[in-house]
Design a protein around this ligand. Structure first.
Ligand code: ZN
Length: 117
């Protein structure tokens, strides 16, 4: 019996608010991470150089269904991974204002805490 490929499919190419093309995919089996990565492919070394504590790089496995992002644990296994890597997308678009409900009441929050000079 062959198990159908389930949760970790392939990455979807979508356009971000900021206009860049990004790859989106749920990566991981147990605790899947909703990854949004730049679609630009980098070498493993270049991607590793861009890594930050909150910015991970991903190893791109080419599958039948398209590119699939995997944890870049290849950094530990191999001196240099030959697969393309991508790096987490850092969005340059301004944050969207939270959708305002139709009826907004004046908040009764004391202003002392919130008002910043
Ligand atoms: Zn963006």
């Amino acid at each position: 019996m062959t198990r159908p490929p389930s949760s970790s499919g392939s990455a979807r190419r979508v356009r971000c608010r900021c206009g860049r093309t990004v790859l989106r995919q749920l990566v991981g089996n147990r605790a899947a991470l909703d990854v949004t990565a730049d679609a630009d492919e980098l070498t493993a070394a270049a991607a590793a150089a861009l890594r930050e504590p909150n910015r991970l790089d991903w190893c791109v496995h080419l599958r039948k269904g398209g590119p699939a992002l995997q944890w870049a644990d290849c950094h530990r296994r191999e001196a240099e991974c030959t697969r393309p890597h991508v790096i987490d997308h850092q969005c340059t678009a301004p944050p969207t204002a939270p959708a305002r409900p139709g009826r907004t009441r004046k908040t009764s929050v004391p202003e002392g805490q919130l008002a910043l000079g």
